[in-house]
Design a protein around this ligand. Structure first.
Ligand SMILES: Cc1ncc(COP(=O)(O)O)c(C=O)c1O
Length: 408
C-alpha cells in the first residue's frame, strides 16, 4: 500500500472529478422559445407548461411553481392552514429554509431528533413532541433518503397533524413505489443549483388536495386571479400573501432539467450502490440504513466514522489530500437548536425583541443528541451524475487506501 498523500505519497485520485456543464442545448432551446414568445412573466406560459408536465410525470394533482425551496415550504404551510402560534415539528438537521418557512407564518418550530441509522427525523421522536397545538409535521427527506412515510402517515391519521414533505433534496426518490412529495398532504421542493433539478434558484409545491392547491396558487401571487374572470380594479385580495412568482425563464430551464431527471437519479444510484458494495465492510465506517420500501434520489452519501483514533477530521483531511472532497456536514447549519436564531429567538435583524407568538417557547440545545452525534461523525462521500467510472474507482481506492493505513 503506497504512502498516504497527506504524508507526501501519490494521490489516489490524481485527476479532477468530471463535472461538465449540466446545462446545455436542451435548456438553450427552451429559453430561446421563451424569449421569442415575448412573455417572460408567469404564472401562465412556460410556468403553466412546466406545472402541467410535472403533474403528468409525478402523478400529482396540483403543482405550483415558486422562486425557491423556502418559498415552496412557506407557501405549502400557509396552504395547509398553519397560522400564528401553531406548532410545526421538524428536525434541527435541515436547511434553515425549513425553519424560516415555519417562522414566516408566526408558527413555532419544534424540533425532534433523528434516528442515527437512517440519519432522518425519527417517527417516535416526532410523535413525542406532538401537543394540542401541533398543526403540521415536516418530514425532511435529507440527502434524498426517504423518511419512514408509513410511520408518519400513521401518526398523521391518529393525531390529525398535517404532513408536509420537505423534498428539497429528494427529486425523483420513492417510497413504496410512490414518488416522494406525493405521499403527505403537501410537499415543497427546491431547484437551487445543488439540487437534482436546477433552475439556479427555484422551487415548487405538490399537493393532491384541491383546496390546498388553490390556496398555494393564490399565495405565490399576492392572491391575484389571472384567469380573466376579474376586471382591473376588482381583485378581491382575500388574505395576506406574497410574490413568489417564478419567471418563464426559470420554467424553461426547469422543463429541460425535468427531461434529465431520470438519468440523474439512475446514475447517482449506480454510484452509491458501488459505495455500499465496495465500502460496507470497512471498520468503523457506517453507511445509512434505507427505510423499508425506500428508493433514494441520492445526494453525497452520509457515511459516518464511528472510531476514535484517528479523529474524523484527521481521516477527512487524509481523504482530501488523496483528492477526494469528503465534507463533514449534513447541512449549512449543524444543529439549528444551536443557532442564534433559535437559541436566542432572534427574529429581527436589528432588535432583540422576541415577537409575542414565540415568547413562551423554551428550547433545550441538547434535546437532539443524535443530530450532534451524526454531525460529529459524518463524512460524506461525493456523488454526482457526471462522475465517470474512473472517478468512482479512484474514490473507492482512496477510501480503501486511507483505511488500510489506519486500520489495516
Ligand atoms: C432540506 C432543505 N430544505 C429547504 C431548503 C431551502 O431551499 P432553497 O435554498 O431553494 O430556499 C433546502 C435548500 O438548500 C434544503 O436542502
Amino acid at each position: 500500500m503506497s504512502k498516504l498523500a497527506i504524508h507526501g505519497g501519490p494521490r489516489a485520485k490524481p485527476t479532477p472529478y468530471h463535472r461538465p456543464n449540466r446545462y446545455g442545448k436542451e435548456e438553450l432551446s427552451q429559453l430561446k422559445a421563451v424569449i421569442e414568445s415575448g412573455n417572460l412573466m408567469g404564472p401562465g406560459g412556460k410556468v403553466a407548461e412546466f406545472e402541467g408536465l410535472m403533474k403528468k410525470v409525478f402523478g400529482v394533482k396540483h403543482v405550483v411553481m415558486v422562486t425557491s425551496g423556502t418559498a415552496a415550504l412557506h407557501t405549502a404551510l400557509a396552504a395547509l392552514g398553519v397560522s400564528e402560534g401553531d406548532e410545526v415539528i421538524t428536525t434541527p438537521m435541515t436547511d434553515i429554509g425549513t425553519v424560516a418557512a415555519i417562522l414566516a407564518l408566526h408558527a413555532i418550530p419544534i424540533f425532534a431528533d433523528i434516528d442515527l441509522e437512517t440519519r432522518l427525523i425519527s417517527p417516535q421522536g416526532a410523535r413525542e413532541r406532538i401537543t394540542g397545538r401541533t398543526k403540521a409535521l415536516i418530514t425532511v427527506h435529507m440527502a434524498g433518503m426517504p423518511c419512514d412515510m408509513g410511520a408518519f402517515l400513521k401518526i398523521s391519521e391518529e393525531t390529525g397533524v398535517r404532513l408536509l414533505e420537505d423534498c428539497a433534496q429528494a427529486h425523483g426518490g420513492k417510497y413504496r413505489g410512490r414518488f416522494l412529495g406525493t405521499i403527505g398532504h403537501a410537499a415543497g421542493f427546491s431547484m437551487n443549483e445543488s439540487k437534482q433539478m436546477s433552475t439556479g434558484d427555484g422551487g415548487f409545491v405538490f399537493t393532491n388536495d384541491d383546496e390546498t392547491g388553490r390556496i398555494a396558487g393564490l399565495f405565490r401571487d399576492k392572491t391575484y386571479l389571472r384567469d380573466g374572470s376579474i376586471g382591473r380594479g376588482s381583485q378581491p385580495i382575500p388574505f395576506f400573501a406574497v410574490n413568489y412568482r417564478p419567471t418563464c425563464l426559470q420554467a424553461a430551464v426547469a422543463i429541460a432539467q425535468l427531461g434529465k431527471l431520470d438519468g440523474v437519479v439512475a446514475r447517482r444510484d449506480e454510484i452509491v450502490k458501488r459505495y455500499y458494495r465496495e465500502l460496507s465492510g470497512l471498520r468503523h465506517l457506517t453507511l445509512p440504513k434505507i427505510v423499508e420500501g425506500g428508493q433514494p434520489s441520492w445526494w453525497p452519501l452520509a457515511a459516518a466514522y464511528t472510531g476514535e483514533t484517528p479523529t474524523r477530521d484527521e481521516l477527512a483531511a487524509a481523504l482530501q489530500a488523496e483528492g477526494v472532497p469528503v465534507n463533514t456536514g449534513m447541512s449549512a447549519v449543524s444543529n439549528t437548536l444551536r443557532t442564534e436564531l433559535i437559541s436566542r429567538k432572534k427574529y429581527y435583524p436589528l432588535t432583540d425583541a422576541v415577537p409575542g407568538f414565540w415568547r413562551d417557547t423554551v428550547y433545550d440545545p441538547d434535546s437532539c443528541p443524535n443530530v450532534d452525534r451524526l454531525q460529529q461523525t459524518v463524512m460524506r462521500l461525493p456523488v454526482d451524475q457526471r462522475y465517470t467510472d474512473e472517478d468512482i474507482d479512484q474514490t473507492i481506492s482512496a477510501v480503501q487506501k486511507v483505511w488500510a493505513h489506519y486500520f489495516g
